[in-house]
Design a binder for this molecule. Structure first.
Ligand code: FMN
Length: 201
């Protein structure tokens, strides 16, 4: 029989979903105390050499407008004319205002030569997964978004990060709209992704 803790965590992991700002209730605030609890869980991600490279800039209230305007400006300035899409620009402007909180996630390179860059990216991704699982467990809608403009020097300069750091995305959070039905996920069977070696116990 599975332990209760395993059952509980399996349920949380399997029901975590990416829920976009369109489905968030823009009138309902996510309180700072709850955000801090979720971020504290992010902070317990594994980290090679204990470099703890995850960083989050939190945009709420009028701060979301600054983020929205900055993304629109940088998208306009850095997108070649033949790739520019009005619908993308519109989403970029609206999405931050639909969420209660938007986090800009980055990896701050801390480990020097000893820790490969990829391991600090991986550790940051583990922190984001902790955050997403915790948000889902709290009943929050949450979504990790990675528009390419986040990788531009213009965005890095605005955020105040160095050349060696790496912006890894936006994390939108909000309460689901009233009546929202939590979606079911889809995954291919794990068996297709495994190779077994040695005797089964
Ligand atoms: C690193 C990373 C980046 C992502 N970036 C985007 C994105 O830019 N746009 C998007 O629609 N979904 C993005 N997603 C979310 C995936 O689309 C989502 O996880 C996938 O559809 C599975 O759905 P689920 O999270 O509800 O299980 C991203 C997920 C990860 C892990």
């Amino acid at each position: 029989m599975e332990s209760q803790a395993l059952e509980a965590i399996s349920q949380i992991i399997r029901s975590r979903r990416s829920i976009k700002p369109f489905d968030m209730d823009s009138s309902r605030k996510v309180e700072r105390a709850l955000l801090l609890t979720l971020l504290e869980n992010a902070n317990w991600a594994p980290t090679h050499g204990l470099t703890e490279p995850w960083r989050f800039a939190i945009f709420q209230g009028e701060g979301r407008m600054e983020l929205s305007e900055t993304m629109q400006r940088i998208y306009r300035e850095t997108t070649p004319a033949n790739e520019f899409r009005e619908d993308k620009m519109k989403k970029m402007s609206e999405n931050p205002l639909l969420a209660s909180a938007v986090l800009v996630i980055w990896m701050e390179r801390c480990g020097g030569e000893k820790i490969p860059q990829i391991e600090e990216i991986e550790a940051t991704a583990c922190a984001v997964q902790n955050l997403h699982l915790s948000a889902s467990a709290a009943g929050l809608a949450a979504y990790w978004s990675t528009p390419p403009l986040l990788g531009t020097r213009a965005f890095g300069d605005w955020l105040g990060i160095r050349e060696q750091d790496l912006c890894l995305g936006l994390f939108y959070m909000g309460w689901p709209k009233p009546g929202f039905v939590w979606p079911k996920g889809i995954r291919q069977p794990i068996e297709a992704k495994l190779t077994w070696h040695g005797e089964a116990t």
